[in-house]
Write a protein that binds this ligand. Structure first.
Ligand SMILES: [Zn+2]
Length: 170
């Protein structure tokens, strides 16, 4: 029995190496347990963030994108899904909990800088938060902004204030 387990572990390791070499990500079995909200910080569109992450990491999601966030909301409110909800993201690193956030949380990024958070984006963000938290029974207390987790300006003051208000809602 132990031998079989060892063989399975070895096979799993080989599979992980193959996936790393192929630079693809695969959805895992667990549902997301948290949501982390970001902004791109420079007003970049989805396409340019997707291209930037392609150059940076080159990992392709099961949906065919390279963007490290699961969802991206452009200024006009358009929502683009770049990864399946249970697919590992590349959006939040916390040295105290290595790998935790990318494996267990949905990353939402808004096109924006500190001055711009459009009503259309607010509407889409509200819809997305309500919708995803219901789908996975995520508590409001598990909806974070990037700066709740580490020292960063992300997602800027306007979006951060909005999320703090959202958390207090019933
Ligand atoms: Zn961020």
């Amino acid at each position: 029995m132990n031998k079989l387990l060892e063989r399975l572990r070895l096979l799993l390791l080989k599979l992980q190496i193959l996936l790393l070499k192929a630079k693809v990500t695969i959805p895992n079995l667990d549902n997301p347990k948290a949501i982390v909200v970001h902004y791109d910080g420079a007003g970049n569109s989805f396409d340019s963030v997707n291209n930037w992450h392609k150059q940076k990491w080159g990992f392709k999601s099961s949906l065919g994108f390279f963007c490290g966030y699961h969802y991206f909301i452009e200024f006009d409110g358009r929502v683009i899904q770049a990864r399946e909800d249970n697919e590992e993201g590349a959006h939040c690193v916390d040295p105290r909990r290595p790998g935790f956030w990318n494996k267990n949380s949905i990353g939402i990024c808004l096109q924006g800088d500190n001055s711009k958070f459009t009503p259309a984006q607010e509407g889409s963000l509200l819809w997305l938060l309500d919708n995803r938290k219901t789908e996975y029974s995520i508590d409001n207390s598990a909806i974070y902004t990037h700066k709740d987790i580490k020292t960063t300006d992300c997602p800027g003051t306007k979006i951060d204030t909005y999320i703090k208000g959202y958390r207090k809602r019933a």
